[in-house]
Ligand binder design. Structure first.
Ligand code: ADP
Ligand code: MG
Length: 414
């Protein structure tokens, strides 16, 4: 069901609280923003709201503050505010608190077209989801009171709420769920970024065009099982790469040398292969190397063979690349999560590179998600040539697993 968007609600003259995801990567030493893609991704929503004669009160988190004011210094949003002002071409009033006197004062003085950026929302303890007391099975009362108080104090700053923070949609923090609940239904909406992410998820899960191909790689099978189980009934082919290859190799009775494996998942891998039939496509060959001895070079091992002792599987092999690329090129829908190999280390980026290239040649819908996968696609310069690179790593994966988010449940359907 499609959610109410900023096009559907009356924004004119309102002070609009927008939960954005400006959790940008920073240089560890200087604190400089190393990639402002997340800020740029929110601009169409922010501009649209301003164009309605409204003003903006922006809420975001940055990093994982600890609560220690000195250690948390790098998580202040001054740098983010400066970059936003540059990108949007208007002044941004960055305040040093979220619901304190500075924020309240700045919000009360907002005029149409004005922008206030609140300080890192995670500096406030009330932002957290109250922990469940194991004895009573209920949330800790004090924490719950703090959480509600914080949401109410945030709500008092504005007159409408917009969620454009897709990367945080899988979290139940105050600014994601309790805050929108403070507003009447006709004053809650999603922004364009969340709308686009949900549209793609719908294309993938509700009405995928066939052939539908899923590419799955990355470090572990265990973290991807939910994803595999939700996608298997929907896809025509599930192509396996990355380190999970070796757990499947074990399941077929092969030796895997020093490769990353999860022996406790061998039975699961076996039953997946039995139930999914030919839908699960395994590599034809893999590239092995020695992690601590690059001078040993690499070898290509066929999938039906054992990997020699001391050698570790780091990438899909050349025959696999060709095979997978051909399947991807002729697909109508492709979703990709998890690098095909240890792409951070050359030459083990070649499998991931070949697959990224194949995606750019596929005329269908091509969606990429997951922290490292998105990073790999960006690094290879393929981000603009696929239909969608999700801005939400964890949120994208949980949505693909079929999970429903509370942050979206509280936004009415249109
Ligand atoms: P994502 O963040 O996109 O969901 P994951 O976190 O599941 O992806 O996995 C990414 C990591 O998996 C990368 O750091 C990559 O180096 C690693 N990886 C992929 N293939 C292998 C392999 N064969 N051996 C070791 N690590 C691998
Ligand atoms: Mg990851």
């Amino acid at each position: 069901m499609a959610k109410q968007t900023i096009r559907d609600i009356d924004l004119k003259g309102k002070k609009v609280l927008v939960r954005v995801d400006f959790n940008v990567p920073q240089d560890k030493k200087t604190g400089a923003i190393s990639d402002d893609r997340r800020i740029r991704a929110a601009l169409p929503t922010l501009q649209y709201i301003l164009d309605q004669g409204a003003s903006l009160i922006l809420i975001t988190h940055l990093g994982r503050p600890t609560g220690d004011p000195v250690a948390d210094q790098p998580y202040r949003l001054d740098e983010v505010g400066r970059r936003l002002a540059e990108l949007i071409g208007r002044p941004v009033v960055k305040v040093n608190d979220t619901v304190g006197p500075e924020a309240r004062n700045a919000a009360s003085q907002l005029k149409p077209g004005g922008i206030v950026l609140l300080e890192n929302v995670r500096f406030n303890k009330g932002e957290k989801v109250p922990k469940i007391d194991p004895k009573t099975g209920k949330p800790d009362e004090q924490a719950l009171a703090l959480h509600r108080e914080f949401a109410a104090a945030l709500a008092a700053l504005g007159e409408a709420y917009v969620n454009d923070a897709f990367g945080t949609c899988h979290r139940d923090e105050a600014s994601m769920v309790a805050l929108p609940e403070q507003f009447p239904p006709d004053c809650r909406a999603i922004g364009f970024l969340v709308e686009k992410e949900l549209q793609i998820l719908n294309d993938l899960l509700a009405a995928p065009k066939h052939p539908f191909v899923a590419l799955m790689g990355g470090a572990k099978v265990s973290t991807k099982l939910g994803l595999i189980q939700n996608l298997l009934p929907r896809v025509d082919h599930l192509l396996i790469g990355g380190a999970m290859t070796y757990t499947f190799m074990l399941a077929q009775g092969r030796k895997t040398g020093a490769s990353l494996v999860e022996p406790e998942l061998v039975e699961t891998a076996k039953s997946l292969l039995e139930t999914a039939g030919a839908k699960i496509v395994l590599p034809k060959d893999v590239v092995v190397g020695k992690a601590d001895d690059p001078s040993a070079g690499t070898q290509v091992i066929e999938f039906g063979q054992d990997i020699p002792d001391g050698w570790e599987g780091f990438d899909i092999g050349p025959a696999t690349r060709e095979h997978y690329a051909a399947i991807v090129r002729s697909a109508a829908t492709v979703v990709w999560n998890g690098p095909m190999g240890r792409f951070e280390v050359k030459p083990f980026d070649e499998g991931t590179l070949a697959i990224a290239h194949a995606l750019t040649e596929c005329p269908g819908i091509t969606a990429v998600g997951g922290g490292e996968t998105a990073e790999a696609v960006e690094k290879l310069g393929a981000a603009d040539k696929v239909s969608h690179v999700s801005t939400g790593g964890g949120a994208f994966l949980e949505a693909l697993e079929g999970k429903q988010f509370n942050s979206l449940r509280v936004i009415p359907d249109r």
